[in-house]
Design a protein around this ligand. Structure first.
Ligand SMILES: [Zn+2]
Length: 436
């Protein structure tokens, strides 16, 4: 049985003031301005959900989805099994990230009750289910295999007793190339329910992860593994186990302000005292409900990282607000998903004046002290740099989405050809340039 959280107009309005789906930021040339969506989402009206799922529908078919066990040896390259080869610290590990994928593109781009600029935001930052399927197929065909970001860099203690991060030698099947995938804002925000996305992850009767989805045209609610980035990747790996020789899937980048994975596990400090008890009771139910989902995701190769509680822009926040936000993330999200060393910067915005050279600044140091070691931004290549003065790595990720499909085809040719991927029939007519 699936429960809807209580609907709280005030809380939602405040939350939606923070509700910024764009995670991109630095270093993107050409295409559409990254600031636009941020302004748009700040003004978005809280959607009123009419969805009241009655019961968890039966899955279409029972499937076992335990990840492949992998060969004997170690993903981190400490022992290279036969048929594998070392991918050394000097070799780039590519990193792509996605937002939730658009399940109903015609609805999202043209028919949903969102403003024109909000729909263009979806075009900027998301890919459709069809595009995502083609991208997975293409990176697979081009010889990439999935690796766990937690295996790529590890903390070691140097001869002076200092903890430092170190790029690991990875073991990859001969002729293959390692690839990290991450997925930002896998929280299933309220506004997405109205814009043609799946609405939460659930366990099917087969014990596997399914996505709950409501058809925006018929309001029928059903379970699917074909309309959500997470379940699609699970399915792809089941069908192509050699895509994930060590069982890795992707890292889910979670905020906390509307709970996680479609469960409203957040506290709400805006409610009057008289409503706090009811909210807390609902929240605890949601925490209980999401626990087995987290467990199953971990068993099947998924890991978790922080995207800050409030999707805050670390380049402009005060130290005190970052401290409060981090404590809240650890209390409300970290307490559910467990320890993580991965932090995905919202908007790609780095703290301490956006620098990544020289000594770590005070905010970066604070975040590192909270356990984060791998700090992921967004950029034009899979850049990474191990900090020399503190145990931390900073890295950039590439972003398959409307902006890069339209305007950065050449940069992504090592993964896919945008000309074969972009659904020009359903996307709005906003142009593209195949020779860039
Ligand atoms: Zn984000």
């Amino acid at each position: 049985m699936v429960r809807d959280p209580l609907f709280k107009p005030l809380a939602l309005a405040l939350a939606l003031a923070l509700c910024l789906t764009a995670c991109g930021g630095s270093g993107v040339g050409g295409g559409v301005g990254r600031e636009r969506l941020l302004a748009d989402h700040a003004g978005q009206e809280p959607p009123v959900s009419t969805i009241t799922p009655e019961a968890t529908p039966a899955p279409e078919e029972p499937i076992s989805t335990d990840g492949p066990a992998g060969p004997s040896g170690a993903a981190d390259g400490s022992a290279i099994p036969a048929g594998y080869e070392a991918w050394g610290p000097g070799q780039v590990v590519e990193h792509l990230f996605f937002h939730p994928v658009i399940a109903y593109p015609q609805w999202a781009f043209h028919e949903c009750p969102a403003s024109q600029s909000q729909r263009e935001g979806l075009d900027d930052w998301m890919v459709t289910v069809d595009e995502y399927n083609k991208i997975l197929q293409s990176v697979y065909d081009r010889g990439y295999v999935l690796v766990d970001i937690n295996d790529v860099w590890k903390e070691t203690v140097d001869e002076n007793g200092q903890a430092r991060m170190e790029r690991q030698t990875l073991a990859v099947p001969a002729g293959k190339k390692p690839l990290i995938l991450s997925f930002d804002d896998t929280n299933y925000y309220d506004y997405m329910l109205e814009q043609g996305f799946t609405s939460k992850l659930v366990l099917g009767e087969d014990g596997e992860i399914w996505a709950q989805c409501t058809d925006p045209y018929t309001q029928e609610t059903f379970l699917t593994q074909d309309l959500d980035a997470i379940t699609i990747l699970d399915k792809f790996v089941r069908e192509h186990p050699d895509f994930s020789p060590w069982g890795a899937k992707g890292c889910l980048s979670l905020t906390g302000y509307q709970g996680i994975l479609g469960y409203r596990t957040q506290t709400d400090r805006t409610l009057p005292d008289s409503e706090q008890a009811a909210w807390e009771a609902s929240r605890q139910q949601e925490r209980k409900a999401v626990a087995p989902i987290i467990q199953r995701l971990k068993e099947t190769g998924w890991t978790f990282g922080s995207h800050t509680w409030g999707h805050i822009r670390l380049s402009t926040q005060s130290m005190e607000s970052v401290r409060q936000d981090t404590e809240r993330w650890l209390a409300e999200v970290g307490s559910l998903v467990g320890e993580t060393k991965i932090l995905f910067y919202p908007h790609g915005a780095r703290p301490d004046g956006d620098h990544d050279q020289g000594e770590a600044g005070p905010m970066f140091r604070y975040l590192q002290e909270q356990g984060f070691r791998v700090f992921c931004s967004v950029g034009v290549e899979s850049y990474s740099k191990i900090k020399s003065d503190i145990s931390a790595v900073i890295c950039d990720r590439l972003h398959p989405d409307g902006t890069t499909l339209r305007w950065q085809r050449k940069r992504y040719l090592q993964f896919y050809d945008a000309r074969d991927i972009m659904d020009t029939a359903v996307r709005p007519d906003l142009g593209y340039r195949w020779d860039d």
